[in-house]
Write a protein that binds this ligand. Sequence first.
Ligand code: F6R
Length: 602
Amino acid sequence: MCGIVGYIGVKEKKEILLDGLQELEYRGYDSAGIAIIENSQLKHFKAVGKLENLREKTKNYSSSGFGVSIGHTRWATHGKPTELNAHPHLGEFSFVVHNGIIENYQELKEELESDGINFLSQTDTETIVHLFEKYYNKSKEPFISFTNTINRLQGAYALLLITEAEPDVIFFAKNGSPMLIGFNKDEIYFASSDTPIIGKATEVYYLEDGEYGYAKNGEVTLFNKNGEKGFVKKALTTNKAMAQKDGFRFFMEKEIYEQSQVINDTMIGRVLDKEIDFEELNSDFFNGISNIKICACGTSYHSALAGSYLLERVAKIPCQVEIASEFRYKEPLLQKNTLFITISQSGETADTLEALKMAKRAGLRSLSVCNVDNSSIVRESDRAILTRAGIEKGVASTKAFATQTMVLWLLTLYIAQIKKTISKEELDSELKAIRKTPKALIVTDKLHDKIHRLSKRYLHGHGFFFIGRDLFFPLALEGALKLKEISYLHAEGYPAGEMKHGPIALADSELFTIALMPKSLHYEKIKSNVEELSARDATILAISPEPFELSDDFIQTHYKSHPMLEFFEMMVITQLLALEISIRLGNDVDMPRNLAKSVTVE
Ligand code: F6R
């Protein structure tokens, strides 16, 4: 989730880069940097933290005349958010910015180090610039060197490279990460999405995977694996608001679709071949810990609940979950053998922050799972694991929930490895399931269309019950919360086995039951709970890989080998259902009434 901007032309380059990066800051904001070549002179600036720090650092610099320039805003994946790890990465005479992940960077780095090259950063990106210079030093041919470089890269990338060896050119390549080229007369722009170049470029070309080339003298020369190729430019939209949503109707919709991609970022560097690793943790951190308490609010609380099932079942560690606003005033008894985990998208939720402070005062070790680096909760915690969801703009949380839950799944396995509560075979099968998660999160047109059509039948009634068992109970709570937040319809999440202890009294045809019926976890049990509701004429929407003849509506899922894959697939369905119902009701999906994105008051 990084952002890239590039520009060739005669205009003031610093402002073009900084303004462009500002538009992309939602993709990452732990550090930023720019590099400019003008009159054959290389200049570069980097700053940690928000873009305003880079603005401050460059305030006395301005560029004039023809030149080439690249900029980057970073969301740390490999290596901490430091100035050395910020892009552009520097060789002897070249700079590179990169979005994505070079999977074989270790191997390339070892090769380059054995050639005597010193690496300054902990990033995968730095290998690119050294590799380019290595080839250039042999051939003295910049474009051949660039081609040789990208031929060695495995993984996902969108990258720009500038070099004093050919100071009027930007080299570019795209594979798996977004990048486009903007045109305006003799000027050429590059960016990770439309927004930085709207109002500046008039035409655009969206690069496809495997394309690379160079921009020079107002022209772009494009190649793919078959050699040089032509391309057709399109007119560029002038509607910035639409472009920020990448063509989606709402940020929430965009964020639901993004989940498959951002979950990869959550996993990068943590899901290794044979184990889970967190650079933020080590086994000593868990010394003397025999209990976990998790505190959070709202959606983050639901993720915590799901995590508690995993932690107890797989890592065999007792785990209690508390709503932060309750925890604060219950005069809890806290023991030093307890690890206190807080979960928060924003890192600023007042109740969660106060709960954390209480735990710290009681001498507990603390860990936060958070989406915003340097937020109050991150700063206050002994250790923090970032969820790397990127900025979440929709008030109703979606990708934050997905990434929090993934972190808790990984954390469970990490602790299980330390405590040796998991066999090698079990760990292998968990890792296999984890790697399938991005696929389980993909929204297909068929699925979205089905939910869109179904949603018209769920706009009234006297209430919704989302029901599930085990891990799917927290998901039922979350499904109900999503729906009520943006549709303003009454919805409750309930453990399916609890319905007969009271709520079933509400059952009639106007009670809508959304039944989460995974195949891999207590299928027969939940089936009989849903049958009880069906016998009372409740209207049932069943979500399951197994066809269920008593349901009024049915959405068939695909995964049934692992509960977490079923969990993530069903999560997307409940999110889309809430979205489509809300849209049909004419509500403002992204800014539902009475709610705020960050709840910094008690
Ligand atoms: C629901 C939602 C809220 C937040 C809650 C905690 O969609 O977004 O329930 O989950 O306010 O916020 P964070 O996670 O920022 O602590």
